[in-house]
Design a protein around this ligand. Structure first.
Ligand SMILES: [Zn+2]
Length: 375
């Protein structure tokens, strides 16, 4: 069936989008100029070349994440993160349902299949302080409290301006590439700020699995401590098992220790089942009723998934085990894509059926960390 004939919901929920990946590139360029950021290449075209994620540049998760480092610096400080979040939510509402996206990450088609009416945005506030974490530093130029306050304030402002036509909230991410001490500082800040605002809706873990796969039980215990320090009462999701650096044993231990209700890209669980008939990962997801956050184009770009045929196999395997899943864009502006475009990609290539896509959209509505009240 052609996607134009599908009865799409008027508004949908998108639950896996990074602030670093959802500011259109031309807007990032403008922010960088305004803030006097160095290292932007030799002009606009070169800048676009530097930050646009495409298959010629990205070969795995590590090279995908490298592009984020530069963007996180551009988005550092209270005023840049505030502006970035306002742009990111507005972008989702305006272009999330568009069937194609133009160069620079802006809307490329006037026809929309739906609007994104509820949006979960994720970011690591410590990485917006201007600190360079890989060098062991965790004190940047900017104050993390001011970054958090500006982020939450930006969400409130957009919701007010949109007269509640869009609802949004922030998932704060801990970093695999940050020291225990830096993650702990963030956890303590989250605990304090959750008392002051309802815009922090969840916790996440992200960053290169190659640097810290959490296979060392001590590192995993530390990460659990960090999550527990941030406190309960908010949603939990974890990026885990996207690369071969995380084996099935580590995947199982991570899910058990960090106790998420959703996981992002748990590719290792499929591989273990397909290649070794080891279904422990999938069974654990089913037992705990954990929802899988799938991001089609991102998984193809990082080569976590080989092609759309393999994507179809993932979706069918999830259905075979009765595990819930959702589709999101991860980094729509960097990938030059929209949620609608990615769903069409699945449908056109017979990687998912209309029923599977519509069910995934409903699951995103239901498993969202956003409060139902006021919506
Ligand atoms: Zn992600």
């Amino acid at each position: 069936m052609r996607w134009t004939q599908i009865k799409w919901p008027k508004t949908v929920t998108e639950i896996h989008v990074h602030v670093g990946g959802s500011v259109p590139l031309y807007r990032l360029w403008e922010i960088a100029i305004e803030r006097g950021i160095r290292g932007l290449g030799g002009g606009y075209e070169e800048f676009i070349d530097l930050v646009k994620i495409d298959s010629s540049k990205v070969k795995d998760l590590d090279s995908y994440l490298k592009i984020y480092d530069r963007i996180e610096l551009i988005q550092s400080g209270p005023s840049a993160i505030r502006e970035s979040i306002i742009i990111a939510i507005h972008r989702a509402y305006r272009t999330g349902g568009m069937v194609s996206i133009g160069p620079g990450g802006e809307g490329g088609s006037p026809s929309s299949l739906f609007s994104i009416g509820r949006l979960e945005l994720r970011l690591n506030p410590m990485k917006r302080t201007g600190a360079v974490f890989l060098k062991g530093e965790h004190a940047g130029l900017y104050d993390v409290d001011r970054v958090i306050k500006a982020s939450c304030g930006a969400v409130e402002e957009v919701e007010l301006a949109f007269k509640n036509k869009i609802q949004s909230g922030l998932i704060f991410m801990f970093g695999r590439d940050m020291t225990f001490e830096a993650n702990m500082i963030l956890a303590k800040k989250i605990q304090i700020w959750r008392e002051k605002t309802d815009k922090i809706i969840g916790l996440d873990l992200a960053g290169p699995e190659s640097i810290n796969p959490l296979s060392d039980p001590r590192r995993l215990r530390e990460m659990k401590e960090v999550f527990d320090e941030a406190g309960g009462g908010v949603g939990r999701t974890v990026h885990v098992g996207e690369t071969p650096h995380v084996d099935l044993k580590t995947f199982l231990a991570t899910v058990e220790a960090l106790d998420p209700s959703r996981v992002a890209h748990p590719i290792v669980a499929f591989r273990a089942y397909w290649n070794k008939k080891d279904d422990r990962g999938l069974k654990l997801l089913k037992e705990r009723d954990i929802v899988c956050e799938l991001c089609v184009k991102s998984n193809l770009l990082t080569r976590a998934v080989a092609d759309l045929a393999e994507y179809g196999r993932i979706i069918n395997t999830l259905d075979e085990f009765g595990i819930k899943y959702t589709f999101s864009t991860d980094a729509p502006s960097l990938q030059g894509t929209s949620l609608a475009e990615e769903l069409i990609l699945l449908l056109d290539n017979h990687a998912a059926t209309e029923e599977q896509v519509l069910r995934a959209l409903k699951t995103a509505d239901e498993c969202s960390f956003l409060p139902r009240s006021g919506w």
